[in-house]
Design a protein around this ligand. Sequence first.
Ligand code: FES
Length: 577
Amino acid sequence: MNDERTGLKKGLTNYGDTEFSLFLRKAFIKGAGYTDDALSRRVVGIVNTSSGFNPCHGNAPQLVEAVKRGVMLAGGIPIDFPTISIHESFAFPTSMYLRNLMSMDVEEMVRAQPMDAVVLIGGCDKTVPAQLMGAISAGVPAIQLVTGSMLTGSNKGERVGACTDCRRFWASFRGDQIDEQEIAEVNNQLVASVGTCSVMGTASTMACIAEALGIMLPGGASPPAVTADRIRVAERTGAQAMAMIEQRLTPDRILTARSIENALRVQLAIGGSTNAIIHITAIAGRLGIGIDLDRLDALSRETPVLVDLKPSGRHYMEDFHRAGGLPTVLRELRPLLHLDALTVTGRTLGEEIDAAGPGFPQDVVRTAANPIYAQGGIAVLRGNIAPGGAIIKQSAATEKLMEHEGRAVVFENLEDMAARVDDDALDVTADDILVLKQIGPVGAPGMPEAGYIPIPKKLGRLGVKDMVRISDGRISGTAGGTIVVHVTPETAKAGPLGLVRTGDRIRLSVSERTLSLLVTPQELAARAAAAPVARIDPAVRGYRKLFLTTVTQADQGCDFDFLRAAETGEMVPKPRA
Ligand code: FES
């Protein structure tokens, strides 16, 4: 039943003789012991991101085996292949610098190799968006599988998990509240198994986003990495990939303006990572769809945070799974979702919510009538230092700091901050506002998660836990605090954040959605006229040059400009009728 364009016959190497190309291809793969029967089947590629440098994907080999089982039970032939694998803590200068490179790897290898569908095994923060971006551009039926969350550990009877608790304990250590022995003991407990971070960080958020988009099996986001549920999801994912071939379920049929709006809604309701806004924007950009930040803010005002997980709440991902996972959230959000959005099962999101059943009593996912936070997790700010917008995760901020005016204490770049932030001579009080420049997409480069500016040690010793912090960088999805990030345009692109000086007054009003530098327009214009023009070092070469010359700003998803699809003019979220 295969025709010329399916299975092993797809994308033949160009020798000018197609019959010879196929003859040669079969000869080589038969060297691995395949029979003609096996090679006549539909081929499901499996993106294998197993890497010794990526413990978040430590269970990938087991998942590959289970996916293969599913494909073969459905009559296909599975073939796994490697791509770049990125772990947050093993990527210099920062994982975001490599996300687009991984997306290009995925796109080109899916396009270049003969496969009728592809299973994307991702997990750690940047891997899932990279895979979805690449798969959209490749245009082959694709289904997302994630490695699943790690287990939690225990420190002196207290449950701990990466990485909200990593930051909390480290802040206590910096503030001399715990000693070297305890911080070393905690270090053994924060990551209790392979898998992705155990809170609603970027990895968990992107897993939920993939499920909300319909590009993952229903219920696929939450099973922890080391559970039987996770392995079963993998097997079913393999079988579903085969079904998707027959239904020609390419990513553009599933990922539409309506499913992207569903994903934004879910991002807000789960108190998800701010990074997900950039990733969803990049994913939408591969479809020619734009994200309207002001409408996103309006969406946030009407979407409560329902999921009581760290860093916005109390629980961990394994609790979320026991509470029913994302279907529990989707059931609660039902009136706000586009229920006709198609999923990888060939059924609509509404049909899948119905199929998930009525739910059961639990205390992790709240009802819409009793939310953990009345509005969505994200607020979009505008002002004279963020004309292109900025983001604050209001659900994880300190309430009294969300309306705050203070004196700016400015760090010109990461090196300046590292040199001075812990200096007892630093002129800083708890009421000041910390500003960090030059950590945007181009500035650092790669927009590192350095927006979580450490509380100066001398204030940490006094028990100060939070301050207003502003930067053009990002924060980890596992971080909490009154932290404004994604200031656009960035300092390195002559954004007005670069004009802020120590001693200036800044006013943050989350209720008014404003971020204002309290200097006159004339003074700002004079500073801009005197500012040096930033240039790329002519000695820069290779991927770094590609990155610096083509990366877009946060409001465009930080994708490379040449990877985005032609704009369709469609913007999401759309105004409500
Ligand atoms: Fe991989 Fe957190 S470091 S998910």
